[in-house]
Design a protein around this ligand. Structure first.
Ligand code: NAG
Ligand code: NAG
Ligand code: NAG
Ligand code: NAG
Length: 483
């Protein structure tokens, strides 16, 4: 059973590989031009001017600027600027937009399918809002991304990284404060259409009884909870064609006894049917951790990595392989385990990559984590491993949480219940509001008269007061229209 489904997935890779072999006689894809996304929105929230991130040269559009304001489709939001920004932090974290009621960003989508959506949260110094007091929900096109989200005393930015299936002409990202006394905020939003090969529709479901093929993955939304490059230094957005960050594996490594990390300075040979540069950049595939035997004895050990995860979700585990270690073809055969269960037996990277070394390949596995705990991935020698060779390898691993049956990536809630939880303005609430506004108008009128009467030349401008009246009034008219 296991063997047959594995063989069929290997067969697919071989067929793809062979068609390339015939048509291109193995010209490598690295000569192809780099990926340029059709939908590509970078928004610096709360900023009135474009911001360029010096580390990767990307230009974010300020959502208070004329060009940027088209994305924000809610009024009465507040832009904040850090009064004391840290010079070392990225300029996108020097401003934020605050929402005191449900508010939306709307992005036109030209390329339906999976989109990368990255939300940036970082505390900024402001006398009016302590961002640590915020508590909110974020949803996008029917999926719950964050539920009752808070940022505690964070010194470093928090980046939430999602892949969202978009089936319509627009992507709407909604921020909803969790109650009226709370507020939502965000520093920056990235929306990037993913290359079509980024999320495959098929993966192997691994559990203790069996390994079976499952379909329909593409239409799920995912949150990347870990993205790890193995054996090498951190990979920053500058060196990733989809501007992702890959962290080093040391902190997840269970034990490094008997394994070693290696680095390869040659060219990574991307091939059709294997991993593309968008699936994993050169900097991920040119380092790895391996088990090797330098004598007649094949080491009796596995290398394992452990990832703490929240239960109640399925996880898509993507393991990246690239044989940058073997001296020749056909010497590396090893086993892959997910949560201690066999996921791939006798993985032969040479055969799968159409007899090429340094040619990247990835395998997707799905595991059901019923309760919270650690998700383990391991590689180790197989029955077919040979002495004096490399006996196991891993170059990278990604752990992606899949939305649950309610369409949520954060708890047993659905988008409808979140939107309903926000108290709708009814007549009862509007009446005191109108009264308050009337009082305000009268007060400002009286104040104005007094000021004008007492000191004509005073440098006091009534304008901001009037502006807020206007926006308050129009807000009430809208809620009255709804009633
Ligand atoms: C959000 O947190 C509040 C308490 O702060 C709680 O009452 C509410 O049930 C939570 N909502 C969800 C959907 O978990
Ligand atoms: C990009 O990768 C190169 C080669 O590995 C490395 O020398 C450089 O420091 C990286 N740049 C950034 C900004 O991470
Ligand atoms: C490697 O891990 C698998 C799964 O946990 C286990 O069955 C196997 O015995 C381990 N091999 C060694 C050499 O420890
Ligand atoms: C994720 O959400 C989609 C759409 O709501 C749904 O069809 C799918 O079954 C969900 N995934 C899981 C694993 O429940």
């Amino acid at each position: 059973m296991i063997a047959s489904s594995l063989r069929s997935s290997m067969e697919i890779h071989r067929t793809l590989g062979f068609s390339l072999f015939i048509s291109l006689s193995l010209f490598h894809l690295s000569i192809a031009s780099s990926f340029s996304p059709i939908d590509h929105y970078l928004i610096d929230c709360g900023s009135s001017k474009p911001t360029t991130v010096n580390i990767d040269n990307r230009r974010f559009t300020g959502d208070s600027s004329e060009l940027g304001s088209q994305f924000l489709s809610s009024t009465r939001t507040i832009s904040l600027t850090d009064s004391n920004p840290s010079p070392s932090s990225s300029p996108i974290y020097h401003t934020a937009r605050v929402f005191t009621r449900p508010s939306k960003y709307l992005f036109k989508i030209r390329d339906k399918g999976t989109h990368l959506v990255r939300l940036h949260f970082h505390r900024i110094d402001s006398s009016n809002f302590d961002l640590c007091d915020s508590q909110f929900h974020v949803s996008a096109n029917g999926y719950v991304l964050l539920n009752n989200f808070t940022v505690m005393n964070i010194q470093k930015p928090r980046i939430k990284d999602f892949m969202i299936w978009v089936d319509s002409e627009e992507l709407i990202v909604t921020f909803t404060p969790s109650k009226e006394s709370k507020f939502a905020f965000v520093n920056a939003i990235e929306v990037i259409s993913a290359p079509k090969d980024l999320i495959a529709d098929v993966a192997m479901l691994v559990n203790s009884q069996k390994t079976v093929t499952i379909n329909g993955l593409m239409k799920n939304s995912l949150e990347t909870v870990y993205r790890v490059t193995v054996g090498g230094p951190k990979v920053t957005p500058f060196n990733d064609s989809l501007w992702r960050t890959w962290v080093p594996d040391e902190e997840f490594l269970k034990s490094s006894d008997g394994s070693k990390s290696i680095y390869f300075s040659g060219r990574i040979r991307y091939q059709m049917g294997g991993a593309s540069r968008e699936v994993g950049p050169d900097n991920v595939y040119n380092s790895a951790r391996v088990i090797s035997s330098s004598n007649d004895v094949i080491p009796h050990l596995n290398i394992s990595w452990e990832f703490p995860v929240v239960g109640g979700y399925k996880y898509l585990v993507r393991m990246h392989f690239c044989d940058i270690a073997s001296v020749s073809l056909g010497l590396l055969k090893f086993n892959v385990y997910v949560n201690g269960n066999s996921a791939y037996e006798n993985l032969d990277l040479s055969a799968i990559t159409n007899w090429a070394l340094a040619s990247p390949f990835y395998a997707d596995f799905v595991v059901d984590m019923e309760s919270s705990g650690v998700l383990t991935v391991s590689v180790g020698p197989s029955k077919m491993s040979m002495p004096h060779t490399i006996d196991a390898i891993l170059n990278g691993v990604e752990i992606m949480k899949m939305n649950n049956s309610m369409g949520s990536l954060d708890g047993l809630v659905c988008v409808e219940s979140i939107l309903k939880s926000w108290p709708r303005r009814n007549a009862g609430a509007v009446v005191p509001l109108i009264a308050a506004v009337c009082l305000l108008v009268i007060a400002s009128f009286v104040m104005h008269r007094r000021w004008v009467g007492v000191r004509d030349s005073v440098a006091w401008s009534p304008l901001p007061m009037h502006v807020s009246e206007i926006s308050l009034k129009s807000g009430i008219q809208r809620s009255l229209a709804k009633v």
